[in-house]
Design a binder for this molecule. Structure first.
Ligand SMILES: Cc1cc2nc3c(=O)[nH]c(=O)nc-3n(C[C@H](O)[C@H](O)[C@H](O)COP(=O)(O)OP(=O)(O)OC[C@H]3O[C@@H](n4cnc5c(N)ncnc54)[C@H](O)[C@@H]3O)c2cc1C
Length: 385
């Protein structure tokens, strides 16, 4: 350990932690990032799909060291097997190797000046007069106290930091998608398209994904909610029909409740999965985490320079991230609630309707005809179209 006092301490060393520490360090303050694991980026709990926008936020060019494939669209499979394909939008992006990417991001942060402690688990926050002013951590059997002006919690879906800081961060387990994923060799897939499969038999209240990584390798996984069954059982059922070989298995949870109400308090900010900053429809959290973590790092640095780490000042973080992605996350929560009410028949009917329409030039008459036959789909169609 290098010092016992930093301007900013970041708890968690993956994309949320590395982005926040990178932008805080770039703003010329003293930053320590603490990661409980011995290596940054491992194990991977991700399908590794990311938008180009995430790299724009990072002000980085995607590097061939971690880019596995570039995808231009998606094939979406309804429960009855009907397939809809589209290109562009959120289906366009990169499949990366997160073991390499996450570590490279930490390297960038270290180059900008961040100190990093590995195999160090933060056990508690130091709080004086309701002000978070450091962490209590365990490193190789030793308990240490490190002080700071601001702590940023980037400790993922199982976050404790927000709760320690006194922020209401309880998440109903029903709002956490339970996920399982294999990296498989021998997959016969379109290398330029993502694949999504829907249906209660394949992935109840969720979906199965296939993200190509090139040369017949792909991440094949699924997320489910609202069932007592395990994600891995559904996944094994699907994979058992394929002639493939697994080289990696990941299990993890995605918070799909939408963001928590308050993401700051005196001396403390929370970002990424720990703050529920994940798109509740897609479960994608890389681009949203990077966007919010950059803001957190910059606001924390500004608070150090102004010698004001009060909640009153730090709430600028919440106003800024809400301005950037708040509306889109709120919309996704609304769509997800609607999608939760759809059964297989509804999804098949929607797929049939979309398949037979030119979505750019859809007519009111065709929508009215359709909802006449499927009145329960009226709300979702009028929202989407
Ligand atoms: C199966 C699966 C597939 C996904 N696929 C995609 C995808 O394709 N695209 C996409 O955009 N998003 C995807 N996501 C979501 C995305 O992975 C997350 O939103 C993103 O990784 C969140 O980053 P984070 O830094 O907030 O948290 P995490 O990545 O969870 O990082 C938290 C870090 O904090 C550390 N930590 C925790 N507690 C402590 C402590 N007490 N002390 C010190 N360190 C601590 C952890 O070890 C970890 O390294 C997927 C998620 C899952 C589970």
């Amino acid at each position: 350990m290098k010092k016992l006092k930093y301007d900013v301490i970041v708890v968690g060393g993956r994309i949320g932690g590395s982005t926040a520490s990178l932008f805080a360090s770039k703003s010329d303050v003293d930053v320590l990032m603490i990661e409980k694991r011995q290596e940054i980026g491992s194990p991977v709990q991700c399908a590794e799909g990311v938008t180009y926008g995430a790299f724009e936020t990072l002000e980085m060019e995607p590097s061939e060291r971690y880019v596995r494939t570039r995808v231009k669209g998606a094939h979406i499979h309804a429960p009855d097997g009907r397939k809809i394909s589209y290109e562009g939008g959120i289906a366009q992006g990169l499949i990366i190797d997160r073991k390499i990417f996450d570590k490279e991001l930490a390297i960038e942060s270290a180059k900008a000046g961040t100190d990093i402690m590995l195999k160090t688990s933060v056990k508690d926050l130091i709080i004086k007069d309701h002000n978070v002013c450091g962490v209590v951590a365990k490193h190789l059997g030793k308990t240490i106290e490190i002080h700071s002006n601001v702590v940023i919690g980037a400790d993922g879906v199982e976050s404790n930091m927000a709760r320690y800081a006194g922020i209401e961060a309880y998440r109903d387990p029903k709002n956490i998608a339970s996920c399982a994923q294999y990296e498989l060799v021998g997959m016969d897939v379109d290398p330029e398209y993502l694949e999504f499969y829907f249906g209660s038999k394949i992935a109840p209240n969720g979906y199965l994904w296939i993200f190509p990584k090139g040369d017949g390798v792909a991440n094949v996984g699924l997320g489910i909610r609202g069932t007592v069954d395990n994600a891995i059982d559904y996944l094994n059922r699907y994979v058992s029909k394929l002639d493939v070989t697994p080289v990696e298995l990941n299990i993890g949870g995605v918070p799909v409740s939408g963001p928590i109400e308050k993401t700051y308090t005196d001396g403390f900010l929370v970002v990424g999965d720990a703050a529920g900053q994940v798109d509740p429809i897609t479960g994608g959290g890389i681009h949203t985490t990077i966007s919010c973590a950059r803001t957190a790092g910059e606001v924390a640095a500004e608070s150090v320079k102004r010698e004001d780490s009060s909640a009153q000042f730090l709430k600028n973080y919440q106003s800024k991230w809400r301005e950037n992605i708040g509306k889109s996350l709120d919309k996704s929560v609304k769509y997800r609630n609607m999608a939760d009410k759809l059964n297989d028949k509804d999804m098949n009917a929607l797929a049939e309707f979309i398949e037979t329409q030119d979505l750019e030039a859809i007519s009111k008459i065709s929508v009215l005809k359709f909802v006449g036959k499927h009145p329960n789909l009226m709300k979702i169609l009028t929202e989407i179209l």
